[in-house]
Design a protein around this ligand. Structure first.
Ligand code: ADP
Ligand code: MG
Length: 169
């Protein structure tokens, strides 16, 4: 995928309450405006990369890009699981991510246990791959140190720059 690494950021919105958190794998959802900017060559499936909330620490993440059942599968969704235990939810805050690599396509599972096992495999793969020097380098990208917070004067999630953030540098 020529668009990788792909940088983007946006406000964390409420998802469709599929209970990811109850499975122990909460996923922070991006608004449609961020999803609609995805380049055409970014296909659905599972990605790994780096993420930070507002100006917080940078953590490893796994992201699922898929078809949003709420909109009868006509709209894509982007859901990020940050590999870190947060004390509180961060709805309304700004999530900045860089998608670094692709793990696998989407698929359906026969049981919840099988789904959870697959996600845990994805998390282990993400953790290992991100230790590669070329991937560790992206963690240091200026993109993360310039992350706007919700308390900044400009409403970051609604300014065009925050959703179309520079790719390819
Ligand atoms: P929703 O359907 O609203 O997306 P989830 O059960 O997927 O609900 O929970 C997602 C929310 O959990 C995120 O929007 C965020 O505020 C919070 N959260 C807490 N820890 C994490 C984490 N490690 N990764 C992603 N989101 C997290
Ligand atoms: Mg979610």
């Amino acid at each position: 995928m020529k668009s990788l690494p792909y940088f983007c950021r946006g406000e964390v919105i409420r998802g469709f309450g599929r209970g990811s958190k109850e499975l122990g794998i909460p996923t922070a959802n991006f608004p449609d405006s961020v999803v609609e900017h995805l380049p055409a060559d970014i296909s659905t499936g599972i990605y790994y990369g780096w993420a930070c909330v507002d100006n917080g620490d940078i953590y490893k993440m796994v992201m699922s890009i898929g078809w949003n059942p709420y909109y009868k599968n006509t709209k894509k969704s982007m859901e990020t699981h940050v590999i870190h235990t947060f004390k509180e939810d961060f709805y309304g805050q700004i999530l900045s991510v860089v998608m670094v690599g692709y793990i696998r396509p989407e698929r359906s599972y026969d049981s919840l246990e099988a789904l959870i096992a697959a996600i845990n495999n994805d998390i282990e793969e993400a953790k290992a791959k991100l230790e590669l020097p070329e991937h560790l380098k992206l963690r240091e990208d200026n993109f993360f140190t310039t992350a706007p917070s919700t308390s900044s004067t400009a409403p970051a999630a609604t300014t065009p720059t925050s959703q179309t953030i520079m790719n390819g540098h």
